[in-house]
Write a protein that binds this ligand. Structure first.
Ligand code: ATP
Ligand code: MG
Length: 261
């Protein structure tokens, strides 16, 4: 059965999408079967996986409204198939922004993705969900179906403060909606070891959260930032870049981690 992970942090631009697509590609590279779900109307994870969000006939929006199943709506990117590093994509585009409103009066709305995933769960080892930068209905939907949350964060001054809201939301979902849910780990991203403050915050994180901090650290690496404009995860765009190597290392760490879950 697949393990389901949300990549979440309500802060914008912290590296959620970069983490989702590169972890997906890294896992695919080491032979894991992966479904990547884009739960953000920005559709960045869709585009970053080589799938044109404007051309999609069915998206996560249709799955949420129960107009389509995941089997019908998922796609593969030709580029990723060619690269031998392929994973399935359940894409998103601007349409998804409307789901928030349309689902207001729907019963069990926070469970819809869970129900949809249940039908395909046996086909995957990992389901990765890229969440939007908010603690909205969409993020809640993601958290309700996940076994765990991966929290990418930059080692900056306000990093710990920003975590409080997320940790509280996760606690509430755990208590009321999804007893499976736990923080799997904090992933230090865009890390620059030359900056003393980042080293200090990194140490603080380890002191506060202990083994909830992943061993892998993702460096700041321009190749990871360039890759989306080619519609590719960094891991595929430039496998030898430091950031790509770190994401494959992270994929291996995740494979080890789920053995203990
Ligand atoms: P949003 O909250 O808007 O969804 P996000 O949390 O998904 O943003 P990303 O889109 O992954 O964040 O990253 C924000 C920006 O930082 C992007 O331009 C991305 O290319 C860049 N970036 C992410 N990780 C790295 C890295 N390790 N090194 C260099 N640039 C990075
Ligand atoms: Mg994003």
């Amino acid at each position: 059965m697949a393990k389901i992970f949300c990549v979440a942090n309500q802060k914008g631009g912290v590296g959620k999408t970069t983490t989702t697509v590169n972890l997906a590609a890294g896992l695919a590279k080491i032979g894991q079967r992966v479904l990547m779900i884009d739960l953000d109307p920005q559709g960045n994870a869709t585009m970053g996986s080589g799938v044109d969000k404007r051309q999609l006939e069915l998206t996560i929006y249709d799955v949420l409204l129960e107009n389509a199943t995941i089997t019908e709506a998922r796609v593969k990117s030709d580029k990723l198939i060619t690269a031998g590093c392929s994973y399935d994509v359940l894409g998103a585009n601007r349409e998804l922004a409307g789901a928030e409103v349309e689902l207001v009066d729907v019963e069990r709305r926070e469970r819809r993705i869970k129900t949809a995933i249940a039908a395909v769960e046996s086909e995957y080892d990992f389901v990765l969900i890229d969440c939007p930068p908010s603690l909205s209905m969409l993020t809640l939907n993601g958290l309700c179906c996940a076994n765990g949350v991966i929290v990418p964060m930059q080692c900056e001054y306000f990093a710990l403060e920003g975590l409080t809201d997320l940790v509280n939301t996760i606690k509430q979902v755990h208590a009321n909606l999804n007893p499976d849910l736990q923080i799997i780990g904090l992933l230090r991203v865009m890390f620059d070891p030359r900056i003393t403050l980042q080293q200090q915050v990194s140490e603080q994180l380890k002191n506060h959260f202990g083994n909830k901090v992943f061993n892998t650290v993702i460096p700041r690496n321009v190749r990871l930032a360039e890759a989306p404009s080619y519609g590719l995860p960094g891991v595929v765009f430039d496998p030898s870049a430091r950031g790509s190597i770190a994401f494959v290392e992270f994929a291996n760490e995740m494979v080890e981690r789920i053995k203990t879950m």
